[in-house]
Design a protein. Structure first.
Length: 270
């Protein structure tokens, strides 16, 4: 039987060989949505393009300071339950990619708690296995846990089955060990294909990219704090999704001032 996907409300999906269902639990869902209104479509996953794309929001912005690359992504791929910018125009979403622990996550969590801000932490399985206390703290303090795959492979390079296994393997691990049904997926390295986005949707996940990111990931070449702070605050825009890395000493240092500066511009965090 040809695998079909319906972009309405996903009630069932094909899973990996070792799982019986993809699951669509809402315990850890968020309120973000694609800013592109799309018509329901039906497509054969196997027929979709596997051409690899590397996402970047670019530097061009519109009159509201929204990055055009993020708006274009929503318009083109919103039909696959994928977004790079939220239509929640009054709020900004903070997201952190958790590839490995570098000693700054506790400080970041302290600041988020002090400022009463919730964030989304996208985990790879190795991080969840090695840092259970931090992951549990994220959950206990009301943050969202997102799926960043089991092994951090480039999704468009994988077979359909391996793509599902990368998503659902971590889904099952987090559900069994932390009691959370994740609903948001960030493809490793921001790499995707039309087919991988559709497969992600088929597994009950929203793909969440970002509308702002900056060079914060190289622990040996960290951005200068005052310049980074100015860049982060000036980039604020309606529906912004910020990608930050918790391995960054600069981010840990300036996060509180960043939150205050963005709030001073009239935005709140969701």
């Amino acid at each position: 039987m040809m695998k079909k996907i319906t972009y309405l409300f996903l009630t069932a999906c094909v899973c990996s060989a070792f799982l019986t269902s993809c699951g669509n639990g809402m315990e850890n869902s968020d309120s973000t949505a694609s800013s592109a209104a799309v018509e329901p479509v039906v497509a054969d996953v196997a027929s979709l393009s596997k051409e690899s794309h590397g996402y970047g929001q670019g530097v061009q912005t519109d009159e509201q300071n929204r990055t055009l690359g993020a708006l274009d992504f929503n318009k083109e791929f919103g039909k696959y339950n994928a977004m790079a910018i939220s239509e929640d125009t009054e709020n900004i979403t903070l997201t952190f990619d958790q590839g490995y622990e570098n000693g700054y996550t506790s400080k970041i969590l302290d600041t988020l708690k002090e400022k009463n801000v919730k964030a989304t932490f996208f985990l790879v399985q190795d991080y969840a296995e090695r840092n259970p206390e931090l992951v549990q703290r994220m959950i206990d303090e009301g943050h969202r846990i997102g799926n960043h795959s089991v092994h951090h492979y480039s999704m468009p390079t994988l077979s359909e089955q391996t793509c599902r296994d990368e998503i659902m393997g971590l889904h099952q691990y987090i559900k069994e060990n932390y009691g959370v049904n994740m609903t948001q997926f960030r493809p490793p390295m921001g790499e995707y294909s039309e087919q991988s986005l559709a497969l992600t949707d088929e597994c009950g996940y929203k793909t969440v990219l970002w509308s702002f990111a900056y060079a914060d990931w190289n622990v040996d070449d960290q951005p200068e704090p005052s310049g980074a702070l100015d860049k982060l605050i000036s980039a604020a825009h309606p529906g912004a999704v910020y990608l930050l890395h918790s391995v960054s000493s600069t981010n840990a240092q300036i996060l509180g001032d960043m939150i205050d500066g963005i709030r001073a511009k009239g935005f709140e965090f969701n």
